[in-house]
Design a protein around this ligand. Structure first.
Ligand code: BGC
Length: 747
């Protein structure tokens, strides 16, 4: 009996050893200690054809199934890119009505780009990644890096400006921060998605040089340096093929030239052809039949291009399984990097740290465009009454704008932020001034604000002017908003000018009170015909949950502004290449296809490159932004290093009386070349913080790629021998020191 018991005990121990992971019988694909590639191959070898097809298309608005039989989890994606989108129903865009899906709204990506600070990008990525992780998401649909080709593009606020180098540097830490949480970034929209007008039908006609020099570098950096685990194809066509299944963009460039090992996700409804989707690089199809069950299209997800139609082609022998295995490998790789990584952190939602991050990034991204007579920061020893005027002082901006719309746990309006900051120090009065967009709801999320006001424009102006006259200082907060045909997905703006009669109102306010500060809330450049008549102008972007606090920080001087414009503010729309030399929004072919060809005839001359070439003065230049202190630049020096690079140094001194940060910018000019080249191109920047009187030696490093152009005939980057010039300055229009040198650097 005793012996029997002993035997039973030994048998039990053996059983435990057999079934317990450390006993060595855990399948490789479930073993987190094994290399991802081994896990991928093991899982793939166990999957049936049907299971493979299932993991490459959606099962709901934002998820794809895993492999339940094998214990492989579902994959959940979320918008992106400014906060974690509230939950929608399984098959519909309307709200699932959860009570625990509010988030922190971070500043829009234009604001992040305006910080010109990689540390802010890392903080942003880590914070939003933690929120995504806590909400159980494996893919964050962002960041967006489409180049700002025209200020009319309704989605520019979701992107990182007009310059490929700035966007390339800023996108990388965001990706790394997100992915440090075991959540994949999904960089979008690849590629050439530079307008919302005709976004599903526009066929972009761009030369290879502009494609490589302007439109691709940020995506290339996202893949090669950021190591993004997924990328989203865009809606438009290129070379007559939709970007979501495009031989050139996906197979040739992304997967062959850049060796991308992640997942190409279709934009929602961006897949149009099964055979192309199979062969031309798409890996995971989302959102084609978005009516799902609601319109009775029986189990519509099965009708996706990469669902039953694909399966049937294989079964009929029309196509093999080589492409399928490649797609499944990529999806499994992403799963093992995210949802199937048991060691990933747990994340957190709406934490004090995330609010602090949103406020800090907002404060660093706000751009002080003009500040005469030191109207800013507000001098509270002289100011008793402040009149705050304008709809955007009270309007919640985190709801609206399309798929980036959020359900923020809270949002501080500019008026509330100012009232909080000025309490007990100055009286704040508010007047509406104009009525713009009174609604505050999107896909069933509502701000709860009712901004209806039936007074006439004359009555509103009279009230605002009266308030301005009586005050010591006026802060007008206006600009655009997230409604259709403004800063909003799906439509483009119709004009560069401010809407709702704001120009007339600002002109009237400028006459009523000389101490007028105009705060422009937008994700795009706007025309400012009154710029010469107002002493102070602030570009405030969409700042998210902490909008009012971040703005008040800058206006009161708690934060010394250090943001710089990531795009040119032109005086007129015609001063932009796309509207002068290129086409916008394209010309319909008229052959019944609805395809509109859009020729990017301005080529590489996008943003400041166009203004430089044509000697056009901007309203505010790319890279421009003031501080409450001043900075002096010494002489730039260039020294060739033995390793094939060049070091450019410049001493920069805080010549004012406050602590402050300056973004020191390095542009390169090719003084003689066989091809036309831009007058100058951004190739480096550093943000330095200095105490009054302090000097720092700012150091840049250049290599041959920084001096090269893309040779379309050779399909290669070429650095021509000859003289170059490094231009160091405070903006693209404010060069303080230059130094010549010879290239190439490598020999
Ligand atoms: C947008 C994407 C977004 C997706 C899912 C599409 O319409 O273009 O940016 O991620 O919807 O909401």
């Amino acid at each position: 009996m005793k012996n029997n018991l002993k035997l039973h005990f030994i048998a039990a121990l053996t059983l435990i050893a057999v079934s317990f992971p450390s006993g060595g019988t855990t399948p490789v694909y479930l073993d987190c200690s094994k290399p991802v590639e081994q896990r991928v191959e093991d899982a793939l070898s166990r999957m049936t054809l049907e299971e493979k097809i299932a993991v490459i298309h959606a099962q709901s608005k934002f998820s794809s199934p895993g492999v339940r039989r094998l214990g492989i989890a579902e994959l959940w994606a979320t918008d992106g890119p400014h906060g974690i989108r509230p939950e929608v129903k399984w098959d519909e865009w309307s709200q699932a009505s959860w009570t625990n899906d509010s988030c922190v709204a971070f500043p829009a990506l234009t604001c992040l780009a305006a910080t010109w600070n990689g540390d802010m990008s890392r903080l942003y990525g880590e914070s939003i990644g933690e929120e995504a992780r806590y909400r159980g998401k494996s893919i964050l649909l962002g960041p967006g890096v489409n180049i700002n080709r025209t200020p009319l593009n309704g989605r520019n606020f979701e992107y990182m400006g007009e310059d490929p180098y700035l966007a390339s540097v800023m996108v990388v830490p965001y990706i790394k921060g997100v992915q440090s949480n075991g959540v994949a970034a999904c960089v979008k929209h690849y590629a050439l998605n530079n307008q919302e007008c005709n976004r599903h039908t526009v066929n972009v006609v761009v030369d290879d040089r502009a494609l490589h020099e302007i439109y691709l570098p940020a995506f290339e950096a996202a893949v090669k340096v950021g190591g993004t685990w997924s990328i989203m194809g865009s809606y438009n066509l290129y070379k007559n093929q939709h970007a979501c299944h495009n031989q050139y963009l996906l197979n040739d460039i992304l997967k062959r030239d850049w060796a991308f090992d992640g997942v190409v996700v279709s934009d929602w409804g961006g897949t149009h052809d099964t055979a192309e989707a199979i062969r031309n690089g798409l890996d995971l199809e989302f959102g084609t039949w978005t009516d799902g069950l609601s319109k009775g299209a029986g189990n519509a997800y099965d009708n996706y291009h990469m669902a039953r139609p694909y399966l049937e082609m294989i079964k009929r022998g029309e196509i093999g399984t080589g492409e399928l295995d490649d797609k499944v490998r990529r999806v499994l790789r992403l799963m093992f990097r995210t949802s199937m990584d048991r060691n990933r952190p747990y994340g957190s939602l709406c934490s004090p740290e995330h609010y602090a991050a949103a406020r800090k990034i907002g404060g660093e991204g706000i751009v002080l465009l003009k500040n005469e007579r030191e109207v800013l920061p507000l001098d509270l020893s002289k100011i008793k009454t402040i009149a705050v005027i304008g709809e955007n002082a009270v309007k919640m901006m985190t709801v609206g704008g399309g798929s980036s719309s959020l359900k923020a746990q809270h949002e501080i309006s500019p008026l509330d932020g100012l009232r909080n900051a000025l309490e007990g120090k100055a009286d704040v009065v508010y007047a509406r001034g104009y009525v713009g967009h009174t609604k505050g709801d999107y896909d069933g999320v509502s701000t709860g604000q009712n901004l209806r006001d039936d007074r006439t424009a004359g009555e509103l102006t009279a009230e605002a002017v009266e308030a301005a006259r009586k005050a010591d200082c006026v802060i007008f907060v206006g600009g655009l908003n997230k409604s259709g045909k403004q800063d909003c997905e799906g439509t483009d703006r119709q004009q560069l000018e401010l809407p709702y009669g704001q120009n007339e109102l600002i002109a009237a306010l400028a006459k009523a009170n000389p101490n007028l500060v105009v705060v422009n809330v937008s994700g795009n450049a706007v025309a400012m015909p009154w710029a010469g008549d107002v002493p102070a102008i602030v570009q405030a972007w969409y700042l998210g949950s902490e909008a009012g606090n971040a703005l008040a920080d800058v206006l009161t001087g708690r934060v010394n502004p250090s943001g710089k414009l990531p795009m040119t503010f032109p005086k007129r729309l015609e001063d932009i290449g796309a509207h002068s030399a290129g086409q916008y929004p394209g010309v319909e072919r008229g052959d019944g296809s609805h395809v509109a060809d859009c020729r990017y005839d301005e080529g590489i001359y996008v943003g400041y490159r166009w203004l430089d070439k044509n000697k056009i003065d901007p309203l505010f230049a790319f890279g421009h932004g003031l501080s409450y202190t001043t900075f002096g630049y010494g002489k730039a020096k260039a020294v060739r290093d033995g390793d094939g690079s060049l070091t450019v140094t410049v001493p920069v001194t805080n010549t004012g009386s406050r602590d402050g940060s300056e973004v020191v910018q390095l542009y390169v000019s090719d003084l003689k070349s066989s091809l036309p080249r831009p007058v100058k191109e951004l190739k480096g920047f550093r943000k330095v913080s200095l105490k009054p009187g302090e000097t720092v030696e700012v150091v840049f490093s250049l290599d041959d790629r920084s001096l090269s152009y893309y040779d379309a005939d050779k399909s290669a980057w070429v650095c021509e021998p000859g003289e170059f010039e490094a231009l160091v300055g405070s903006s693209s229009a404010d060069i303080r020191s230059k130094v010549k040198f010879h290239g190439p650097l490598a020999n």
